[in-house]
Design a binder for this molecule. Structure first.
Ligand SMILES: *Cc1c(COP(=O)(O)O)cnc(C)c1O
Length: 384
């Protein structure tokens, strides 16, 4: 029996995927970003479900993730978006992964290896239009493109860039990035390259910057039904896929003057009951939620009291008299009429949703998968 698990609503995943497809319109494709264990949701169940829904493209950060994904998706297109070391090049061939290329030196390495294998390699070229991370700077681009065009074993199938601030109020810098990307595509043509796939958009850009769509969009966060922060009142109609739950492990009475957890940061002033829950910072329940977070029990909020420890949190259930050992605790998700959204937890932690879900640790099993075709959501048994 798991003490803490995440529950995935695959109907919500399908809903979000459809919303994205509707937003971009026909003749354009979606690449599902499933790096970082599908943003903490579990790469295997998420990628398997998306593939079954018709998703062709998947994006990962590194080669190791790509190899793991290839084992479950023999025929998907897998783009490795992050840095790749020379020693990982053999795995690109072995697992048929598509690298994003950000330097001439690396392009030459790839070409050399492809030549020795006598297998041409598909690549996407990455341009740094303002992200300031991976990609070739515009001033060096024409020379890079001219030289890449001379590498006979590379098939330049795509050209991409990444936006630095698609989730911020001011879209002007993103518009500048798009303009730079368009001139990069012209430069590619001038070098005799005709990449089939052009892509820039991430989740927020898909909904906020239609000009960023080109013919492929890379969507992570929105597939999971999340927003970066609470600052998106426009609400694009997405549905969260993940709920994070646990059980009450122990109920204990506390009396005035007693303190709770390490450092004695919470003192009891009035006799109450405290529930001990088997989830802690080792599971990704952030220590900064000490005396700040809250959970749902019996459809009511209960505050986290005292410090979050490695394996346990304590919550005050004095106002929830029926609470008992074994009862379900919602850390993220809904219960009754109330909910705790990932965006709420991100706000408590002064961070973004991405960090909250990526932090959910490997000890938290993906135990319950809800899926239905048209009908009500059905939960499978833990352990599936
Ligand atoms: C992570 C990532 C994305 C996905 O971003 P979301 O905001 O989650 O949609 C897209 N492109 C690149 C290069 C990324 O690293």
């Amino acid at each position: 029996m798991s003490h803490s698990w995440i529950q995935l609503d695959l109907n919500a995943l399908a809903w979000n995927y459809r919303l994205v497809q509707e937003k971009i319109g026909p003749h354009k494709e979606v690449l599902a970003v499933v790096k970082a264990n599908a943003y903490g949701h579990g790469m295997i169940p998420i990628a398997t479900a998306l593939r079954a829904m018709g998703m062709q493209w998947f994006g990962v950060a590194g080669v190791a993730e790509g190899c793991r994904l290839r084992e479950i998706l023999p025929d998907a297109k897998i783009l490795v978006m992050g840095c790749i070391l020379d020693e990982e090049i053999p795995d690109l061939f072995q697992s048929d992964l598509i690298p994003a290329v950000s330097s001439l030196r690396f392009a030459q390495e790839l070409n050399g290896k492809a030549q020795r294998n006598s297998i041409p390699l598909r690549v996407h070229l990455k341009v740094d239009t303002g992200m300031g991370r991976l990609g070739i700077h515009p001033h060096a681009l024409q020379d890079f493109l001219n030289q890449v065009a001379q590498l006979p074993y590379l098939r330049v199938e795509g050209m991409m860039s990444h936006l630095a601030s698609a989730d911020e109020k001011d879209l002007e810098p993103s518009v500048t990035q798009l303009w730079l990307f368009e001139s990069a595509t012209e430069q590619a043509k001038a070098a005799g390259l005709h990449p089939r796939w052009m892509h820039v958009a991430n989740s927020h850009a898909i909904f906020r910057l239609p000009k960023s769509h080109f013919n492929l969009v890379r969507c992570g966060l929105f597939l999971y039904g999340l927003y970066a922060t609470q600052d998106f009142p426009e609400g694009f109609g997405l549905k969260p896929v993940l709920q994070w739950k646990a059980r009450i492990g122990l109920i204990k009475e506390f009396h005035p003057g007693q303190t709770v957890s390490y450092g004695r940061t919470h003192t009891i002033h009035k006799t109450t009951k405290v529930a001990v829950i088997s989830v802690g910072y080792a599971d990704g329940y952030d220590r900064r939620l000490s005396n700040r977070g809250r959970v749902l029990i019996h459809g009511q909020y209960a505050p986290v009291v005292g410090r979050v420890t490695m394996d346990h949190i304590m919550v005050d259930v004095g106002s929830i008299p029926g609470a008992e050992q074994g009862d379900e605790v919602v850390l993220i998700g809904s219960q009754g009429d109330l909910q705790i959204r990932v965006e709420d937890m991100a706000q408590w932690l002064d961070t973004i949703s991405y960090e909250v879900v990526c932090g959910i640790g490997p000890r938290v099993r993906t135990c319950l998968i809800a899926q239905s075709v048209g009908g009500p959501t059905v939960g499978l048994q833990p352990g599936s």
